[in-house]
Structure formats: C-alpha cells, structure tokens
Write a protein that binds this ligand. Sequence first.
Ligand code: CO
Ligand code: CO
Length: 331
Amino acid sequence: MTVEQTVRLTQFASGGGCACKVPPGELEAVLGALAPAGDTGHELLVGLESGDDAAVVRLDGDRAVVTTADFFTPVVDDAYDWGRIAAANALSDVYAMGGTPLVAVNLLCWPRDRIPFELAAEVLRGGSDIARRARCHVAGGHSIDDPEPKYGMAVTGVAHPDRLLRNDAALAGLPLTLTKPLGLGVLNNRHKATGEWFEEAVAVMTQLNGPAAAAALDLGIRAGTDVTGFGLLGHLYKMVRASGVTAVVDAAAVPYVAGAREALRDGYVPGGSRRNLDWVRPHLESSVDEDELLLLADAQTSGGLLLVGEVPGHPVVGELVPAGLSPLVVR
Ligand code: CO
Ligand code: CO
C-alpha cells in the first residue's frame, strides 16, 4: 500500500466478493429463457448450457476465443490487494477453460464523493500488476460513478478447441484435484467484520491459476473448473450435472487456509455460503457434519482449480464414479 489508506473498503460492500453472486438457481431460471443468436458463422463451443467458466467460440481448427467478465465489491480493505485479487479472479475463468489470457479491460464502479479516487488508482494498479504477471495486456475499460465500489475485468483469451477444460467432459473413474485451499469466504467475512488481516488468504487469492491449468493441459486433463462463488460443492455439482457422473468427496483430504475452521466456529459465515449449501443439499448424500458441509460450500473468491485428473503437487480430494442416486457424495 503506497497511498496512506484510512478508509476500510469492505465497509462499503453490501455483499462479499464472489459471495455476492446472484444465487445459482435464480440465475439459471433467467438465463434459460434467453434466445440464442443462432448461426453466426462461428461455432459456440461452450455457451450457457453447462454453466461453464467462460464462453468459447471456435475461430478455426486449432484456435478458439475465450471470453469472460467478473467483478465484485471489496473483499479486503486494502485497495491494492483488492485490485490484485479481483484481477486474479477474472483471469482465472480463462485459465479454468484451458485458455491463455491475451487482453483485459477494467470494469470499475466508484463512489467518487465518498472514497478518494486515489484509492481507485491503487485498485487499478493492483489489477495491472497481476495482469502483467499473467502476461496479459490491460487496455482501457469502463468506469461509472456508483454508491458501492466494484472492480473486476473482462478478459479475452485464446485456447485450442480440442484442449479445453470443460464442465461437461468429466469422466467416471478419474480423481479430483484441488489446486488451492478453501476457507477464503469465511476468512474474508471475518476480515470484513473485525478488520483482522489474513495474510495467507491474500496470498492464495492473488495466486494465478495459470501454472496449474498449464500443468493440467500437459497431463491431458480435459475437464475442470475454478472454485469461486458457488463453493467447492456448488461448482462440483455443476460439473457432475453437466457430465452425468457422481462425485465422491473425501472431506478429510480437502485443504484449508489457516484460521478457516476457527472463523466458521466463531460464526463468520457469508450468506452466499449458506445459499450454496441449500442449493446443493437436495443432490447431496453426506456422512459429515453440518460445519464440514458449510466449509465445503463456502463461497470462494479467486479460488483454485478443481481438475478431473491427478496433478502432481496438489491434493486429490475425491473421485468421480458412474452416476448414482445422488450426484454428490461427501464422506
Ligand atoms: Co469460474
Ligand atoms: Co467467475
């Protein structure tokens, strides 16, 4: 932080990061009613149906365009760190499709009469530092005056049409790998309430998913997603539903950021995390307690990749089996 910051940015947010996402069920009902564009001359390889991370359009035999946008209210008080987290999170949806980001544009909403604009500059500086690390251009964007600050990016990337990490390509018999620890939702919730600072959580949220995605593609992995606002259970449910398989999660194998269990125990649970669990519960068979399920459904911000296959250096947190009575099993 180079600008002296006395403002607590999280106090301007009514929601919390990816935890401020519109509930999944509501969103799907609205999106399902929209008419597709039909034949545009370019095949839509990944659209709305599978609830995937980004849209993918084929250019030719070996090139596809990947496009996505993501922005949210402050998840941490520090302007520069919030910018870095939001950018890493927006870039993640390109990586989560197997793409390489090429160019991003900033999306900024700022209450100019309530928060000094110098802090917006810090947010943008954080975003641009992360984009540089991702070797992705940042070229312009759009900003509006808004009573609630919001920041993120629209990102465009390229991918090979046959080397995508899809939601609908998960196969039974393969292990599930998770590349970042969970617990970011409960820790951000605690930070917002108390101002306590969680250094490991910030380090995890600003870490790019690019290297993990590249390793997965090199290993021949073709199915995966990133774990963000719908939590591990929500994103996993979307994947197994799109692929017609069942996931068995080994709760004891799932890693957590230090302090996550204590934050849950002390009652710091984002509303989004409870909504995620409510959403997947009808599709869930579990032998673990409610707290464990809440942690597994915790709404993440800039979480890791959930990959169908084994990636050395990252924990296997479960496996896929042929479709059973429940699409999700936790034990
Ligand atoms: Co995503
Ligand atoms: Co996203």
